[in-house]
Design a protein around this ligand. Structure first.
Ligand code: GDP
Ligand code: MG
Length: 382
């Protein structure tokens, strides 16, 4: 891992960073825990602990596994003409208590389609809303786990679910440390930002101040000649939510080319998953390309199975899920992890084979961690 610190590495092999610092010191290498370590140092640690250190990322390893089954993850297949516009996938980020949860709830509630369907909304980790922009019906998918923890957890797995980030800033509080953190995460991921200046119903709200503050961080409002859209909202009073949705669509149209080929085997990401007492493992997946069908053979992380049923965020059964659509999938053999990928494969047998290989690899990695830990303890004791 280029640029990874000794602490990162220690975490990977499940030992205390201080132990590695100490060991390296006794070998004549002065390295602090936060310092990034090069491959030679990792090799040195490996030699000392009698391990072969191979610098391979889990993502590369998985890519190789899939290649051996002639599967490529993430690429659209087909011609340019097969691609159709897909809804943007949005993550809501911002400082604690600035209204991320309230905003996600308000947007879900404001959705006309949900009202018409009359279904009871349930939390499945993501939802889709419909809005009208320039007389056209447009859809937006929201990842319903606010905060940049989920965002970074996915990115750490090499997964990018988010197309656009809504940065929520409370107009009474202004820019706070986690506002900047969220901003930096979005920038690092190269994800365009729409700013929701929230709580404008409050008497001490100062949306102009928020604009000035973010300008200092290089996020310049359109009205000041920049390219970021700022929308004053109140999640509580449900004010300007349609304007916020419009800003998301306009930002997507202006700076992204969001298209996917729906006529191919589905692939995407697991947003969240859990074990349901009655239904067994359930996973909310986000389809990123292709169309997912009931009956498809899929592998999701170390889980496999046939899609027995799919539900949307209103509890309605779906027979298909198109690009950017979140769907709760029933029929998996186990509970996959958030951020792991799912892939439709030719048949159940292939799904099981891939899942078994992944599971074996996860098990081996765990055992290796335990062995390294024991060997390191011996080294320290001697
Ligand atoms: P989160 O930590 O960012 O998820 O923030 P929450 O959504 O939990 O909101 C924090 C607090 O601010 C709660 O008490 C909300 O009711 C309140 N809040 C959120 N949005 C608004 C708003 O637009 N106006 C007012 N007055 N209060 C809000
Ligand atoms: Mg919250």
């Amino acid at each position: 891992p280029r640029g990874a610190s000794l602490t990162d590495f220690a975490e990977k092999i499940n030992v205390e960073p201080a132990q590695l610092v100490q060991m390296l010191f006794s070998l004549g290498e002065m390295v602090t825990a936060t310092e990034s370590v090069n491959e030679e140092t990792l090799q040195l640690i490996g030699e000392e602990l009698n391990y072969i250190v191979q610098v391979v990322s889990p993502e590369d390893e998985d890519r190789e596994l899939l290649e051996s089954f002639d599967i490529e993850f993430g690429e659209d297949e087909g011609d340019e003409s097969d691609l159709v516009v897909r809804p943007p996938v949005v993550t809501v980020m911002g400082h604690v208590d600035h209204g991320k949860t309230k905003l996600l709830d308000a947007l879900r509630k404001a959705n006309v389609v949900a009202k018409e369907a009359g279904g009871i909304t349930q939390h499945i980790g993501a939802y889709q809303v419909q809005t009208e922009v320039d007389g056209e019906d447009r859809r937006i998918t929201f990842i319903d786990t606010p905060g940049h923890e989920a965002f970074t957890a996915m990115r750490a797995r090499g997964a990018q679910a988010t197309d656009i980030a809504i940065l929520v800033v409370a107009a009474d509080d202004g820019v706070m440390p986690q506002t900047i953190e969220a901003l930096n995460h979005a920038k690092a991921a190269n994800v365009p930002i729409v700013v929701a200046v929230n709580k404008i119903d409050k008497p001490d709200a100062d949306p102009t101040k928020v604009r000035g503050q973010l300008t200092e961080y290089g996020l310049i409002p359109e009205e000041y000649g920049g390219d970021a859209m700022f929308v004053d909202v109140s999640a509580k009073s449900e004010l300007n939510l349609d304007k916020l949705l419009e800003a998301v669509v306009l930002t997507a149209d202006a700076s992204l080319d969001l298209r996917a080929n729906p006529d191919q085997d589905a692939q995407g990401l697991v947003v969240e998953a859990h074990l349901d007492r009655g239904r067994g493992p359930v996973a909310t997946v986000l389809v990123q390309r292709g169309t997912l069908h009931v009956g498809d053979s899929i592998v999701a992380g170390p889980a496999h199975g046939r899609v027995r049923a799919m539900l949307d965020e209103h509890g309605n059964e779906l027979s298909v899920a198109d690009p950017s659509r979140p769907a709760m999938v029933l029929g998996l053999s186990a509970v996959p992890g958030a951020g792991q990928n799912f892939i439709v494969v030719d048949d159940d047998r292939m799904a099981r084979q891939i899942a078994e290989k992944r599971e074996a690899r996860e098990r081996a990695a765990m055992q290796a961690k335990r062995r390294v830990r024991r060997t390191l303890e011996d080294f320290m004791a001697s």
